[in-house]
Design a binder for this molecule. Structure first.
Ligand SMILES: [Mn+2]
Length: 469
């Protein structure tokens, strides 16, 4: 599945660790734990998902490991991992062990996990500050507090505990917000696999199929293409289920005349894709569906046209709200004049969620949207989603009857470049004509296949009769 060499990963994670250390004082210690296995039922576990911060700094998938960065220690980068254990590995899968963990991550030294506490006690002694993601890893936090107390309680032996406990996340997450060329390449692949899944979903959708069947096909395409699976719970909502934002039941049959809203993305090499498309179950938009869809699409296109280094999410949101307000007045959903409606942001009743979010190792990725009230300005290397939506509740009397129960969302993954942007998910059709053409072609193919197989049946029937006769 991997299109990159382990050498590249080592170079990349090494560079990230150095960059982080360069931002920190030299008398500090940083502790970054990996995820642990989580019980799903009795003695079985959920599929393992590595902690994004740990993965960003090590590239290693193993559970229970701990990364320690200590700029003034003789080894600046230490990794603690589960010991090799033939019996455990036969039952539960391979473990890297120290040697491989060190080679794959490029850290200075790897130890077995039972060395973590004694080593940390030494490393923490005399250092000024401890950087950690507090309130996120309760067991590690308890261990660190115990070690600090132990150091503080033994003044006679001239030991001192770190005086400052600091949150590592602000620094680390601002780094993660800007994707390196290496990450951009991984995210292109994640987006591309996500796009393949969405196109396939459009091809197989037809009345009578179930939401879960379409979701299963997406997951199949993702995994077949080398992704770990969906990056988040697939949302596959037919008809008014589209108006439930995080609808993941995916249990209903798809009805002729309804729209289907899908929000799904693949996770590839740790990175998330995140695409939404809305299309007619029977392959052809009704007039009412077309009205709403075209408005959402127009809003998305207006927003995309404004993306470049220096622009910001609030600026794009204003463009978005303006386009939607104009459109909703045209559709008769809103009444009154444009100025008043813009001032009151009356359209927000039908949007529910924001325009988009950062995208990366986490689907709702880390990074500030503003700092002390100043919106984050876009710079090359940031990736975010643009996902305008309109949702008209089925029982909302304030909305013209033909629009009730319609929910539309269109979402693409956008990489900010030096001169503008790159739409990583542009290959999934979103113009009405293109969607209808794609679905019509798939339908024609199905019919041709059905005809061919009935011809086959007829000829084998004739054959059998000849033989019998
Ligand atoms: Mn999204």
């Amino acid at each position: 599945m991997s299109d990159v060499s382990s050498k590249q990963i080592v170079n990349e994670t090494q560079r990230r660790r150095r960059e982080l250390l360069n931002k920190l004082p030299s008398d500090c210690v940083v502790v970054i734990p990996a995820s642990r296995e989580v019980v799903r039922s009795r003695d079985t576990h959920f599929a393992f998902r590595q902690d994004s911060d740990f993965f960003y700094l090590t590239g290693i998938q193993e559970p229970n490991a701990v990364l320690v960065l200590a700029p003034s220690h003789k080894y600046q980068e230490l990794l603690f991992v589960l010991p090799k254990d033939p019996l455990q590995e036969v039952w539960h899968g391979r473990r890297l062990g120290c040697e491989q963990a060190q080679a794959l991550s490029g850290v200075d030294r790897a130890y077995e996990l039972d060395q973590l506490e004694p080593q940390l006690l030494q490393i923490l002694n005399g250092q000024q500050s401890l950087y950690f993601a507090f309130d996120q890893h309760p067991e590690h936090e308890a261990m660190l507090r115990r070690l600090c107390k132990q150091l503080a309680d033994t003044p006679k032996r001239a030991k001192t505990a770190p005086q400052a406990l600091c949150d590592i996340r602000p620094l680390l997450h601002q780094m993660r917000l800007i994707k390196s060329p290496f990450e951009q390449q991984q995210m292109r692949t994640a987006a591309d696999i996500s796009a393949q899944g969405m196109i396939r979903a459009m091809e197989i959708t037809q009345p009578g199929r179930y939401e879960y069947q379409i979701a299963a096909e997406l997951e199949y395409v993702f995994k077949w293409a080398g992704a770990a699976g969906p990056a988040y719970g697939i949302i596959c909502g037919g008809g008014e289920n589209a108006c439930i934002l995080h609808y993941t039941e995916n249990s209903a049959p798809l009805r002729d005349g309804d729209l289907l809203l899908i929000d799904a993305g693949a996770e590839y090499a740790g990175y998330a894709g995140d695409i939404s498309r809305t299309f007619p179950v029977n392959g052809v938009f009704s007039q009412a569906q077309r009205d709403v869809y075209e408005l959402v699409l127009r809003a998305q296109e207006a927003v995309l046209a404004a993306i470049k280094p220096g622009s910001s999410l609030p600026e794009l949101t204003n463009i978005y709200l303006r386009e939607l307000t104009i459109g909703l007045l045209e559709l008769g959903v809103l009444s009154g004049n444009l100025t008043d409606n813009l001032a009151s942001q009356a359209c927000r009743k039908y949007l529910i969620h924001g325009l988009g979010h950062w995208l990366g190792l986490d689907v709702h990725d880390v990074g500030y949207y503003d700092e002390q009230g100043t919106p984050t300005k876009f710079v090359a290397g940031m990736v975010f989603t643009v996902e305008p939506g309109l949702y008209f509740a089925p029982d909302d009397d304030s909305v013209p009857a033909q629009y009730r129960g319609i929910g539309v969302r269109i979402e693409d993954d956008i990489l900010v470049t030096a001169t503008g942007y790159e739409n990583l998910t542009a290959s999934v059709p979103k113009q009405i004509d293109d969607i209808e053409a794609l679905m019509a072609a798939a339908q024609a193919k199905r019919e041709a296949k059905r005809e061919a197989s009935s011809l086959d049946q007829a000829s084998s029937l004739r054959q059998n009769m000849t033989e019998v006769g």
